[in-house]
Design a protein around this ligand. Structure first.
Ligand code: ATP
Ligand code: SF4
Ligand code: MG
Ligand code: ZN
Ligand code: ZN
Length: 454
């Protein structure tokens, strides 16, 4: 997979483009993911800039088809290509490692989370071009080798998918699906739990065999004989214990009973929880949760949210939380990014966004959220539908639905402008918040928003 160089979303007003938060765990820069279709190239994700800070929960919201899942999947190179095309951008990841001072148990040096950033190899932490002056080791997830990516995927960055039915392997039992994660990324700990030596060549071979599920025929016979037999039993028990603990965390009733089940034998909610157990198994630095609780009833939903926040507190895990549900986002997120037609419309702290939404689309989304005080019939839907994403003209993508649109909106593309004060950073891509001088237009050419514009 290759990417063109990162292009800014628009040549106009580039000068006003704010510096993104360079110290973040993840910095998505100018991400463009398109799809070749019969009607032309659909610009599904088109210049997304997004920062995910260590330990925060950031919500990604937007209507269906706005590009939330494609953005999230792109972080781990999980968009099928073709029909997908990586048209540009980068996803910079600043990994962490087990804290040397406490070996992961938590100490003051690592803020009790057991993991610390890795110093940039080029400047040893002093700051240089290679690390964007953050002093942190930085890799571009879109450009590292498949082997390097495999080390990160499911281990340091894990994902809960929108559709558990498709995400689980139908040919593997629940035990195998979760054991795979432990065997691939936590082999040392498993051997220790089984009382076997990490350096024991036979134990290592046994581990590899178990990981690849290739124990058959003569091998199986051999494993029944001592001294293999003893090792096999110890390792199996350690794997079972780890898998059961991971399942118990999601409050699945009687986890031991479902170990030998296949995904099709479980309900939607159970499958969702198996996937969550799998994602949380390795205490990742980042958990991407794509509508993680839509298939679950309210009590289980609350339990899963608690589980995710426990993990955050224990390990300082950052969470990218994708949801349609704005009231849920308000409850669980620190910051929110609003995505519209493949572009970020607005991003800010959650309280600030709900108090002072700046983009007409965000205002429309908020007006469409039912609240207890609302009278019947007061709910306002945003008029029109999401625009065609095939070969779009340079314009504000919301202009066909926006009450405040002016001719400028139909002929130029807004970029994200910083419009918060120092205490509450707030970025918005709407000409009503642009500086006419930077754009080279008269102030009267800019749109004006009234209190309720959408
Ligand atoms: N494999 C694919 N082939 C062609 N188009 C695709 C493919 N995957 C996604 N798209 C298109 O990309 C756009 C964004 O899709 P995406 O799944 O990211 O939306 P979403 O915001 O997650 O929506 P939802 O809320 O319904 O999950 C849509 O127009 C979709 O049709
Ligand atoms: S006012 Fe113009 S730039 Fe702002 S959202 Fe409406 S159409 Fe887009
Ligand atoms: Mg989706
Ligand atoms: Zn420590
Ligand atoms: Zn450096």
């Amino acid at each position: 997979m290759s990417a063109d160089d990162h292009q800014p979303r628009s040549a106009a007003a580039v000068d006003e483009r704010p510096d993104l938060d360079a110290a973040s765990l993840i910095s998505v820069r100018g991400l463009r993911v398109h799809f070749e279709t019969k009607r032309g190239r659909a610009h599904a994700v088109d210049g997304v800039d997004l920062d995910i800070r260590d330990g925060e929960t950031i919500g990604l919201v937007g209507e269906t088809g706005s590009g939330k899942s494609v953005t999230a999947r792109s972080l781990l190179r999980l968009v099928p290509m073709p029909p997908g095309v990586l048209a540009g951008g980068s996803v910079l990841y600043r990994p962490k490692q087990v804290c040397g001072a406490c070996s992961g148990s938590g100490c003051t040096a690592c803020g009790q989370v057991g993991r610390r950033p890795i110093a940039c190899r080029a400047c040893d932490g002093a700051g240089c071009e290679a690390c964007e002056h953050t002093g942190r080791h930085t890799v571009d997830l879109l450009r590292i080798s498949d082997t390097e990516l495999r080390e990160i995927r499911g281990n340091r960055i894990a994902m809960i998918f929108q559709d558990p039915g498709k995400a689980l392997n139908p040919a593997l039992t629940i035990r195998q699906q979760i054991a795979e994660v432990f065997l691939e990324h936590r082999s040392g700990e498993l051997l220790q739990a089984a009382g076997l030596e990490d350096g024991d060549r036979r134990a290592g071979r046994l581990m590899r065999r178990s990981a690849h599920q290739r124990v058959r025929g003569i091998e199986r016979l051999m494993l029944k004989l001592p001294p293999w037999r003893g090792r096999q039993v110890k390792l199996s028990t350690a794997i079972d214990d780890a898998v059961i603990r991971a399942l118990e965390d999601t409050r699945i009733p009687n986890p031991r009973k479902i170990l030998t089940n296949y995904p099709h034998e479980l309900s939607g909610g159970m499958k969702q929880r198996v996937m969550i157990a799998q994602a949380l198994a390795c205490d990742p630095d980042l958990l991407i949760a794509d509508e993680p609780t839509t298939a679950l009833d309210v009590t289980i939903q609350a339990r899963i949210l608690d589980l995710i926040s426990e993990l955050q507190q224990r390990r300082g895990t950052a969470v990218l939380y994708i949801s349609h549900d704005l009231s849920l986002v308000k409850r669980v997120c620190d910051r929110v990014a609003v995505l519209y037609a493949g572009q970020i419309a607005e991003v800010s702290d959650v309280a600030e966004l709900f108090r002072r939404p700046m983009h007409p689309y965000t205002r429309g989304l908020l007006a469409a959220v039912p609240s207890a005080e609302q009278q019947r019939g007061q709910l306002r839907a945003i008029r029109g539908t999401v625009p065609e994403l095939v070969d779009p003209e340079p314009a504000c993508r919301f202009h066909t639905r926006c009450d405040a649109a002016v001719p400028l909106c139909a002929s130029r593309e807004p970029v994200l402008w910083e419009r918060g004060d120092g205490a509450a950073p707030h970025r918005v891509a709407c000409f009503a918040h642009a500086d006419p001088q930077v754009l080279g237009v008269d102030r009267r050419e800019l749109p004006v928003l009234d209190e309720g514009s959408s």
